[in-house]
Ligand binder design. Structure first.
Ligand SMILES: [Zn+2]
Length: 275
């Protein structure tokens, strides 16, 4: 736990042999939770929130490591759960609507179903008014929350630092770039991301990320037009697959990043060669 201005940060991870793996972050601000972690950390989250009031919960998206505490907090506090309309069927029936791969079951587990309401254009707490910004790409139901007076952005999994060399099979890299451009246009003083790496004045980092992703896309499309296969392009530009590609049995790998640049591009017309 950490306090940053009026925001309380909860970094949550399943621990194996006392070591935490793949943490996700939930935030409490002025009676509102932003995300609620994974199934394995619900009990600790509930304990850590003792003494706090939770009036509402906002899910930045419906991934299993962001929604699993919803049901418990709904029961304890009677809090409303607010999310993008596309996220609501997943919240209500995670097993059916979003079946998990083995690695996801191991790291995060299935959330208990929860009942959400469609979020509007704004969310109001006692002292703040947050704008809801639809930012698809990481998932189609992804939103960010922007507080213009404090210049805070709660960005879920839209922005992760570093240079991406892999992508999950169901992410859309072009929508991620468009969504990053949307938030880069905001005046942000503090970024509160799902990764937990809180950043002051993140504009340069976000713009640097957009430039890297655009440049990588141009290089990938140039090689594709020369007739290289997805794997050949991945080897040439991204190097060998990262460890995560093996751990996730290919769900998260470099080839998916290449594929998304080619197959999800907005102006796609050419037939896709077999790779
Ligand atoms: Zn996610």
């Amino acid at each position: 736990m950490e306090q940053i201005n009026g925001v309380r940060k909860f970094r949550l991870a399943r621990s194996i042999l006392e070591r935490g793996f793949y943490s996700t972050t939930a935030y409490w601000v002025d009676g509102m939770m932003v995300d609620t972690g994974c199934a394995y950390t619900v009990r600790e989250l509930v304990t850590s929130l003792k003494g706090y009031q939770v009036d509402r919960i906002v899910n930045t998206h419906s991934h299993e490591d962001h929604i699993a505490g919803n049901a418990a907090l709904q029961n304890i506090y009677g809090a409303d759960v607010l999310a993008h309309p596309m996220a609501l069927p997943v919240l209500a029936d995670p097993k059916k609507r979003q079946p998990l791969r083995l690695y996801q079951q191991l790291m995060w587990g299935y959330p208990t179903p929860s009942w959400g309401k469609a979020i509007g254009d704004f969310v109001e707490t006692d002292h703040h008014r947050f704008e809801v910004i639809h930012t698809p790409g990481h998932s189609s139901d992804h939103i960010c929350l922007y507080e213009p007076d404090e210049r805070w952005l709660f960005s879920g999994d839209l922005f992760v630092g570093g240079r991406d060399r892999a992508l999950r099979a169901d992410y859309n890299i072009w929508l991620i770039i468009t969504s990053l451009k949307k938030v880069a246009a905001l005046d942000i003083r503090i970024l509160f991301p799902g990764s937990g790496t809180v950043r002051q004045n993140p504009r340069d980092a976000i713009i640097g990320k957009i430039e890297y992703l655009k440049e990588l896309g141009e290089r990938i499309l140039a090689l594709y037009r020369q007739g290289l296969s997805y794997v050949q392009i991945r080897r040439k530009l991204l190097g060998p697959e990262m460890l995560i590609a093996y751990f996730t049995l290919g769900h998260f790998n470099g080839k998916n990043l290449v594929r998304s640049y080619i197959e999800d591009r907005p102006d796609r017309k050419e037939p896709i060669p077999c790779s």
